[in-house]
Design a protein around this ligand. Structure first.
Ligand code: UDP
Length: 334
């Protein structure tokens, strides 16, 4: 039996893909999830431990039972709109939950941590291409809470370096726009409510919603709609496995952007959805959405140079076609 890796948020979109990849790599992925936003059908690749990250006793028992060699920490609330209306919820869930996790890791001597962060920690920048050296000026409570967790992890690591025990080795992955689904369509993206562009466009094609609204047409971009850098969840998770191996080899703490370095506008995405599905996307123009930056494109050289990571599945066509297969599977969005 392989080493256990505790996957917080293992029942969510990205966490469940991590569990699959970990199991394929010979690890035992232990899902720790509260099911506030996760779903049970996604837990297919290893043991499940139900619980809230803020529940210190529960975390303690889970750490004692599984003795994980590392933690991949995905569990978080991540709806930017909700974060703006209820920031306290985000600070409590994301920050307190992460604090309890770090305390449990310290108590059980678990010293490898892969943390799921976000390009939302950068906020609005002058340039379009964001690399890891850009200042972090998050615009909303979601980005701010993720940035605060990065700081907290770095601080815990500094304390462990100064102390008698082993260091807390860690990497942060700052995601750009994650899209697509597992090629076998066993797991995929599913949020309640759904707020993301590609699943919403697919829902509009399937008639699950009347139409897609394109948020803003007057941005300073080539066609006036927002530009984002989309990365396939399979590629994103491949980076997490490389990050885990890097830590287990003794790699130094680092933050890595995960994106392709190529941006697509909302209109380009909508056109690609029409091409892949063979159906027109019912869409209308609407006003800007509060908090959206005009363009966010990743400079990802560091992940390539340090981890040897290259996106291999992140064409719009592959992201949309795998998401489309997932949307069409029986039982989707029960
Ligand atoms: N978007 C849109 N209509 C929607 C949802 C999203 O026009 O119904 C746009 C949004 O303004 C952004 C891009 O699509 O420019 C990607 O948004 P998403 O919510 O998928 O990801 P985000 O960039 O917010 O992380």
């Amino acid at each position: 039996m392989g080493d256990s890796v505790l996957v917080t948020g293992g029942a969510g979109y990205i966490g469940s893909h991590a569990c699959k990849a970990l199991a394929e790599a010979g690890y035992v992925p232990v899902t720790y999830d509260s099911f506030v936003t996760g779903w049970r059908e996604a837990v297919q690749f290893g043991p499940l431990e139900e619980g809230d990250l803020r529940d210190a006793d529960r975390l303690d028992a889970v750490m004692a039972r599984h003795a994980p060699v590392a933690v991949m920490h995905f569990a978080a609330l991540s709806n930017v709109g909700e974060a703006s209306t209820d920031p306290g919820l985000y600070w409590d869930n994301n920050l307190t939950g992460s604090l309890r996790l770090l305390q449990a890791m310290a108590a059980h001597g678990v010293r490898h941590l892969v943390f799921s962060s976000t390009c939302a920690t950068y906020g609005e920048q002058d340039g379009v291409m964001l690399d890891e050296t850009c200042p972090q000026r998050p615009l909303n409570a979601y980005g701010a809470s993720k940035r605060a967790v990065e700081d907290m992890i770095a601080n815990f690591a500094a304390m462990t370096r100064a102390g008698p025990g082993p260091d807390l080795a860690h990497v942060f992955f700052r995601y750009f726009n994650v899209a697509g689904a597992d090629p076998g369509a066993r797991i995929g993206e599913f949020h309640r409510p759904e707020t993301h562009l590609i699943p919403l466009a697919l829902d509009a094609v399937r008639g699950r919603r009347d139409r897609l609204t394109v948020f803003g047409q007057d941005y300073p971009t080539p066609d006036g709609t927002c530009v984002r850098d989309y990365v396939h969840v399979t590629d994103l998770i491949a980076a997490h496995l490389l990050g885990l191996e890097y830590l287990l080899r003794g790699g130094a703490p680092a933050a890595f952007n995960l994106g392709t370095g190529r941006g697509f506008s909302v209109r380009e995405v909508v056109e690609a959805v029409a091409r892949v599905t063979g159906e027109a996307v019912p869409a209308e123009d609407g006003p800007r959405r509060a908090g959206d930056c005009a363009a966010l494109v990743s400079g990802s050289r560091r992940a390539a140079e340090t981890l040897g990571w290259q996106p291999r599945h992140s064409t719009l066509e592959e992201m949309i076609s795998t998401a489309w297969a997932w949307h069409q599977r029986p039982g989707y969005a029960r």
